[in-house]
Design a protein around this ligand. Structure first.
Ligand code: NAP
Length: 360
């Protein structure tokens, strides 16, 4: 297979790592494209990044987009070219996730949605036009870890309502946001002013921002919050599921955490929920009883440090609502660049190959 990655920022670098580790039958190194050609070193290996141009997509079987969104973004500029040259596109960006007919896929949750790629016909991508049905959208990072955790519970006790808060790392806003946190923290620790705010509109170092992004939309919710609501409904095939969420940016470099409250159709005791999640694909439960050195009871739970650089979605703090037997809390942590983006995209590609949608 020939595989192309467009974009070599926070997600693109992780895409290359995930491809090196994947079971995909690659003929050669992934071809990496960006706005400017240069050399990039990942884990000690230097790769040649080429400028994204039409001719680079020739012969590609799968093209992963990890570029920025919008009019000048990689997917709007190159999706048609890649598809018309015969490739399947898997896009990390949000441009077309909610378009009718576009599969929005988390392999542990809705892999069968990929079957639409086997059907003839076209799909209308706004700003791009009608293209053959060879485009798959990768969901938002916070959505992916949420649906991986709640789907196994939904299958047993039906989720009637979701109330969640996210604690999102700066890498979720791209490589420039990581640099901004580094610079601000360094300056403040050296007695200086935090400096210019470029990516986050307020100081992020040693602070908490109650808007993981700052594009406020309908009824006071941010664009990130609406993405989680709409995408979760689409992936779970529950178009009316009530979901309300507050997205928060925290001064953590990598891996997002979420406190998720589920209201279920029927009671589900925490121990049963733990067992369901222990047996679910892609999940590691970290919720074991322990004792502190003074003998007081304690339970393990995952942190962003545990999840960063790793593949699973970690779940802990699984407990019932003391005032509602149908209420259940989960604490869900995952690497937003891996399972929240690059790894999920590569798993989609692996599923596409397994289903022989791309023949190798
Ligand atoms: N960060 C996350 O946790 C996360 C999670 C899920 C989804 N996503 C999505 O994944 C995408 C990438 O995010 P990121 O965080 O990696 O962003 P990033 O760090 O800002 O990197 C963006 C990359 O895209 C390239 N690029 C932008 N426009 C391009 C164009 N027209 N043609 C070719 N290359 C182009 C840039 O090229 P240059 O290097 O040459 O400038 C850069 O390498 C975004 O759509 C984002 O919303 C991110």
């Amino acid at each position: 297979m020939k595989v192309v990655v467009v974009g070599i920022g926070a997600v693109g670098r992780e895409m290359v790592r995930c491809l090196w580790q994947s079971s995909l039958p690659l003929d050669e190194e992934p071809l990496v494209l960006a706005r400017t050609a240069r050399e990039v070193t990942i884990d000690g290996r230097t790769i040649q990044v080429r400028e994204a141009k039409t001719e680079e997509f020739k012969g590609a079987d799968i093209v992963f987009f990890a570029g920025t969104e919008g009019e000048k973004g990689a997917a709007k500029q190159f999706a048609r070219i890649a598809i018309e040259q015969g490739a399947i596109v898997i896009d990390n960006g949000s441009d077309f996730r909610m378009v009718e007919g576009v599969p929005l896929v988390v392999p542990e949750v809705n892999p069968d949605d990929l079957e639409v790629l086997n059907s003839s016909g076209t799909v209308l991508l706004p700003g791009v036009g009608e293209v053959p049905r060879r485009y798959v959208a990768n969901p938002n990072c916070s959505t992916i870890q949420m649906v991986v955790a709640i789907k196994p519970i939904h299958d047993v006790a039906k989720v009637k309502r979701v109330i969640a808060s996210t604690y999102q790392a700066v890498s979720g806003a791209g490589s420039a946001a990581v640099e901004e946190l580094e610079i601000q923290a360094h300056r403040i620790l050296h007695g200086q002013e935090p400096g210019e705010f470029k990516i986050h509109p307020l100081q992020i170092a040693f602070n908490v921002l109650a808007g993981a992004n700052w594009k406020f939309e309908e009824v006071g919710y941010t664009n990130e919050e609406w993405k989680i609501i709409r995408e979760t409904r689409k992936i779970m095939h529950e178009p009316n599921l009530p979901i309300t969420v507050t997205c928060v940016r925290v001064p953590v470099f990598n891996a997002h955490a979420e406190a998720i409250y589920l209201e279920l159709e029927k009671p589900l005791v925490a121990e049963e929920a733990r067992e369901i999640l222990r047996n679910a694909k892609g999940i590691v439960v970290m919720d074991e009883p322990m004792q502190l050195t003074d003998g007081s009871p304690y339970r393990t739970y995952p942190t962003p440090i545990d999840a960063s650089g790793r593949d699973p979605v970690y779940v802990g703090r699984i407990r019932n609502d003391p005032f509602n037997p149908n209420g259940l809390w989960l604490w869900v942590v995952a690497d937003n660049l891996r399972k929240g983006a690059a790894l999920n995209a590569v798993q989609i590609a692996e599923e596409i190959v397994r289903r022989k949608i791309v023949k190798v």
